[in-house]
Design a protein around this ligand. Structure first.
Ligand SMILES: CC(C)(COP(=O)(O)OP(=O)(O)OC[C@H]1O[C@@H](n2cnc3c(N)ncnc32)[C@H](O)[C@@H]1OP(=O)(O)O)[C@@H](O)C(=O)NCCC(=O)NCCS
Length: 184
């Protein structure tokens, strides 16, 4: 899972996320194509029935990025050249009336890198990036069963906007889906 990382200072895109004040040398940068393999490894191992959809991570998959979700849509956390996690930040709506609303459409940290602030650092970087883009709101979905993620989002100021009761059936149990949001 080692690859050559690009430090924030090397990223010239003016939409680049600022390096967060992060623990243990963790920095955040925009993803590049070369991150594909490391991110795929995280994607295939980070999710379980309480956090995601087993059907999406159990099948054959050879690429992390795709046409609808390329490197530009991802912030990557890394330390010492090792990719530790990602956050996917995208426009929620394809029309101008919704242009101030961004959606976090994925956040995952490698199993062995959890509990040291990587998820927090990615959320801070996403808020900074959203601010730079002039967004007024960030939204996301989380399973009601995903206690660690819910605590994380709550600490970062996300509040409940709605509940989709018994929205999914995962491992034989119905799961509520929660809409959370944070105003910037
Ligand atoms: C949810 C997820 C992204 C959190 O990532 P993370 O890097 O572990 O998050 P953090 O380290 O910032 O916070 C996790 C915990 O570690 C604690 N922590 C953070 N830095 C710490 C440190 N230096 N020392 C001790 N504890 C620390 C936090 O306080 C938090 O504690 P809590 O569980 O009691 O609330 C990660 O668990 C994950 O990838 N889960 C699977 C995918 C998922 O659920 N994604 C969200 C879908 S909506």
């Amino acid at each position: 899972m080692h690859l050559c990382g690009v430090k924030m200072d090397d990223v010239t895109d003016d939409r680049s996320p600022a390096a967060a004040d992060s623990p243990g040398n963790v920095t955040v940068r925009r993803a590049v194509e070369a991150d594909d393999a490391a991110l795929l490894e995280i994607e295939l191992t980070a999710w379980d029935g309480s956090s995601g959809f087993p059907s999406l991570t159990s099948g054959e998959r050879s690429q992390f990025f795709n046409e609808r979700s390329g490197p530009d849509a991802h912030l990557v956390a890394e330390a010492d050249g090792e990719v530790l996690g990602y956050l996917r930040l995208q426009d929620k709506y394809p029309f101008p009336e919704g242009s101030g609303v961004l959606a976090i459409n994925g956040l995952a940290v490698a199993n062995n890198a959890r509990g040291r602030g990587v998820g927090s650092t990615l959320l801070e970087a996403a808020a900074a990036e959203a601010g730079r883009r002039g967004a007024r709101k960030i939204t996301l979905h989380v399973h009601a069963t995903n206690a660690p993620a819910r605590r994380l989002y709550e600490r970062h100021g996300y509040t409940l906007e709605g509940t989709h009761h018994r929205e999914f059936q995962i491992d034989g149990e119905y799961v509520d889906a929660l809409d959370l949001a944070k105003f910037l």
